[in-house]
Design a protein around this ligand. Structure first.
Ligand code: DQA
Length: 140
């Protein structure tokens, strides 16, 4: 049984409400319930925080024991050297996810402080990016 956690960062608690033209109209809990049901052999958990330190604490907490971390750090992706360092510090592989295609948006969204320390990056596939990230972590 694989243990995988999805960590969402700031403002992603507002999925389904926030800028629907960019992020869609489904709330994350609804998406997560379907994702969990369709992955019987995986223990999937979910954590969301709007606080940089809480995201770092969660990466430290799970990052030596779980099989994978799917991380959408929201805007912290483009600002947080500290989250980048936390990813480098742990042994669990991390896949960076973005719902939108950040490369088709403002130039400040084109740089990630996290990507270099991640196993890979998935962006631009909407919420389905989380499923793609989970499946990528299941490939041995
Ligand atoms: C995002 C992209 C970020 O640039 C933005 O700040 C977000 C969401 C995405 O999922 O597309 O909050 O990570």
């Amino acid at each position: 049984m694989s243990n995988i956690i999805i960590i969402n960062g700031p403002n992603l608690n507002l999925l389904g409400v926030r800028e629907k033209g960019i992020y869609g109209d489904m709330d994350f809990q609804t998406y997560f319930d379907v994702l969990r049901q369709s992955h019987d052999g995986v223990t999937l958990t979910y954590f969301q925080s709007n606080h940089e330190g809480a995201i770092i604490d969660k990466i430290h907490e799970v990052g030596f024991s779980m099989d994978g971390i799917v991380l959408n750090a929201g805007a912290y992706t483009h600002t947080s050297l500290a989250i980048g360092d936390a990813i480098a510090a742990v042994t669990t592989p991390v896949v960076e996810v973005h719902i939108s295609n950040v490369y088709a948006r403002e130039s400040f969204r084109h740089h990630s402080y996290l990507a270099k320390n991640c196993k890979g990056v998935i962006c631009g596939f909407g919420l389905d990016g989380y499923r793609l990230a989970v499946e990528s972590l299941l490939i041995k």
